[in-house]
Design a protein. Structure first.
Lengths: 329, 329
DNA sequence: CACGTAGATGCAAACGGTTTCAGACTGCGG
DNA sequence: CCGCAGTCTGAAACCGTTTGCATCTACGTG
């Protein structure tokens, strides 16, 4: 079927070793023969079998990427970034979706681990101990989570929350609510931490509404609590939930932004299309994917040096139509 | 690092061949030894190296999946379906995103082809000849496209369009417009074909607005043409475009559904969240992904039999708030 | 002219499995 | 006691590469 290195060798009148060298260590072979080999390889459409190569080199040329839920538009964006960067570096990407299930996550990591050089865990929900243990037997990078010395790419949630709070304060809000995401999500904790710091700094009161599924429905479910709490502004764990809030608030006759200001996080595409358009803390999602691949590849190339590295990406508040001057009673 | 078959063999006091058999042809080995081997394998955490196995068996246990654009929510859904089904069948999935670029598509197919047993091409934009040629050297399944005898999974666009037109007719519409997707998309042609048949059958006039990018912006761009055309209803190639239409219509002061009815296709999540909520032709996206994997695996298992197979999935009109009784002048 | 050296190439082993083939062992009938 | 069939098992070849080492050639040098 496909040409093998032996056929190329025979056709070019050299040994397989020479073909191999002509392709991967060009300076070790006579320019004339190299030229001849390359031409034959070209003609036969030869490309080395990566599995066979991986067998001996111990490197597969594959990356693994694990995400909690592709149905949340945040993740496809990250995947796109990973994909693009990996392709540039000539890596292929294995993708797995855990459906927000920590157990499935660990299982998938285990099975994928054997087929890749490195793994990117996007917003992993698994237990710290398990991830830490895995990180000792393979190189992995986390996105949207940080603990221990495991390499990671995260967003500057603290600054993002600071911007959001500053915006609300400028609009005269004095009490704001936080609608949290999954209990197992690191970023929900990190964001809440940032929010606490930011509200405390400006003397704003913060009402914490607890944990909800990180989906549209989660926002819908949280809305009535928010209305009852008497705040004039609400910040949601992500845009999907913020949009859910928006929907339910409208149904309840609470007009946004006159009666209530709503801020999301992520800047997914549809948040610019809602009505009112959603004010949100924008994250460089594709950029995070690319950064994770960068980090992973640099770790793979390091002989056995620093096993730790961290990147923190900036966040930016995008003011749209869902925030306004606080209602004064 | 990881246990090899030889270590298991030594530990269990048998030869590597026996270990191999104990694992993959259980009935060929004495129950007692098999038991012993399995226990040792379990204890050592042994799992066969798939690359090594693939080298000799010629099967990698991997599937490839190529999509035009993960940023369009249609595709993540399909990916999810593929992913889930593949995992059940113990296949790992390579994912690639072509960014709607036919050239990149062909390139990615070529590079992925060598590392997988089969390939799923979702809404491929490439040229028929190239795909046909590729299909001869490997097993592939297309989703959302059909030509020649290449195995495929498609939606029953004709019936979907029929339902949409029937709905519009019942509301009294006499002139409707079609906003097409990419020229290279098979389904845009297929849908238009269905639409032509359906409108002709009921004596409705159809205005074809041409081709637009299959994104929100494409719908925005098409909106003014639609308004100018004087129709009372419009059907868009996909929901993203329909949402773009909705947005621009509102900006232009055209109220939906009083002045204009809008129908999308795909039933992506956000179409139920827009205002007004979008009437759309719902497609079983995850189901399509699963069906494609099913098909692919059955093709792989066939000794060399029928190389062709087709599945057509039903479509269903979902009436929401963006369609209403035709405006009477 | 003998010799050391450097550059280019080939040989063969290795990677971690699977599979063919043949041999060892068992139990059984003659 | 021998032969035979049947069941298990092990040795070895193989998949397609890479790579350490040996070989060979040609060349410059003393």
């Amino acid at each position: 079927m496909r040409a093998t290195i032996r056929e190329v060798a025979r056709e070019a009148g050299v040994s397989p070793s020479t073909v191999s060298r002509a392709l991967s260590m060009p300076e070790m072979v006579n320019p004339a023969t190299r030229e001849r080999v390359l031409r034959v390889a070209q003609r036969l459409g030869y490309a080395p079998n990566r599995a066979a190569r991986g067998l001996i080199t111990g490197r597969t040329g594959n990356l693994g990427l694990i995400v909690p839920d592709l149905a949340n538009p945040f993740f496809p964006s990250v995947v796109k970034g990973v994909q693009a960067k990996a392709r540039e570096a000539d890596y292929a990407v294995f993708l797995a979706d855990t459906d927000e299930d920590p157990a499935a996550e660990i299982g998938l990591i285990r099975v994928l681990a054997k087929q890749v050089d490195g793994l990117i865990l996007c917003s992993p929900r698994g237990h710290e101990d398990e991830i830490r243990e895995l990180s000792e037997s393979m190189t992995l990078v986390m996105v949207n989570r940080r603990f221990g010395s495991i390499p990671s790419v995260v967003f500057d949630n603290v600054d993002g929350m600071r911007q959001a709070v500053a915006h609300l304060q400028a609009l005269g809000h004095q009490r704001a609510a936080w609608v949290g995401g999954p209990r197992t999500s690191w970023s929900t904790r990190d964001r809440l931490r940032g929010l606490r710091a930011a509200t405390a700094a400006v003397g704003m009161e913060l009402v914490v509404a607890g944990h909800f599924p990180p989906q549209f429905e989660g926002g819908v479910a949280a809305a009535d609590l928010i209305i009852a709490s008497g705040v004039t502004a609400v910040i949601a764990y992500n845009d999907l939930m913020a949009l859910g809030l928006l929907g339910r608030l409208r149904d309840r006759g609470v007009s946004v932004p006159q009666d209530m200001s709503v801020i999301g996080i992520d800047d997914i595409q549809m948040s610019s299309m809602s009505s009112p358009a959603l004010t949100t803390v924008s994250l460089g999602k594709e950029q995070a994917g690319r950064a994770a691949v960068d980090l992973l590849i640099s770790l793979l190339q390091q002989p056995e040096g620093v096993r730790s590295a961290r990147r923190e990406l900036p966040t930016q508040l995008l003011v749209r139509a869902s925030t306004g001057v606080a209602r004064t009673n």
